[in-house]
Design a protein around this ligand. Structure first.
Ligand code: ATP
Ligand code: MG
Length: 229
């Protein structure tokens, strides 16, 4: 099938804890995101932005209901659910394997496509510096790459996997202004029809978002313009 088609996400009564007895980092939050919209996710250090993104991926223990295009997360397999998402984490851990495997885990793309996408995100010249190029083996979480380059690798993987929903966790923390321009262009070019959730500390990187979520003291507020924040 072609689920998800629009990428509309609905979250209802979501509560997230890290331990059974621990406090709720997020408590009974509800919001919805229209398909194809870009949402800015704001909140102070430790407010739970990364926790929310983990919860959407079913990486954290949660109560509540999440659906994408009307399909509940409890009605599909973890694998199917996660395939809907592209993820650029805050701190990236790269799996041991070649650039090719990390870009294209299921081996569905030609080298030509891999190089095209690498070029789009500004990684072509980086990969070319390594012996064996696409066949270069990354180890130890990919520590021969900077965190910013690892984030770009995740972005490239998300383009290739045709993710419908893209989660970006504080890309501006590790990317210089020129690389951020590349990211902005990529969002416009390759993710224009996708639902994008962009987490940031500051408002400035979120200027192109259509609506905003603010986490404050384990609850969440929605805003439809930056002026109201
Ligand atoms: P930052 O802006 O620094 O990235 P954040 O908004 O992403 O912060 P989170 O990383 O989601 O915040 O953390 C929210 C809260 O959850 C914090 O109080 C943190 O200590 C707690 N927390 C995060 N990860 C874990 C974990 N693996 N186990 C226990 N508590 C955690
Ligand atoms: Mg975070």
């Amino acid at each position: 099938g072609c689920w998800p088609n629009r990428g509309r996400m609905e979250v209802q009564g979501l509560t997230v804890k890290y331990t059974e007895a621990g406090r709720s980092v997020l408590s009974d939050i509800s919001f919805s995101v229209e398909g194809g919209q870009s949402i800015g996710l704001l909140g102070r250090t430790g407010s739970g932005k990364s926790t929310l993104l983990s919860a959407l991926l079913r990486l954290a223990s949660t109560e509540g209901e999440i659906s994408i295009d009307g399909v509940s997360w409890s009605s599909v397999s973890l694998h199917t659910w996660r395939k809907a998402f592209g993820v650029v984490p805050q701190r990236v851990f790269i799996l041991t394997g070649t650039f090719r495997m990390n870009l294209d885990p299921h081996g569905g793309h030609s080298d030509e496509e891999l190089w095209r996408v690498a070029e789009e995100v500004g990684l072509k010249s980086v990969i070319e510096q390594f012996p064996d190029k696409l066949d270069f083996q990354l180890e130890d979480g990919g520590n021969v790459l900077s965190n910013g380059h690892k984030q770009l690798l995740c972005l490239a993987r998300s383009i290739l996997s045709k993710a419908r929903i893209l989660l970006l966790d504080e890309p501006s923390a590790y990317l210089d202004p020129i690389t951020l321009q590349v990211l902005r262009k990529t969002l416009k070019h390759s993710f224009s029809r996708c639902t994008v959730i962009l987490s940031e500390h500051r408002v400035e990187p979120l200027l192109e978002c259509q609506s905003f979520l603010m986490i404050e003291g384990s609850s969440m507020k929605s805003y439809d313009s930056l002026q109201k924040l």
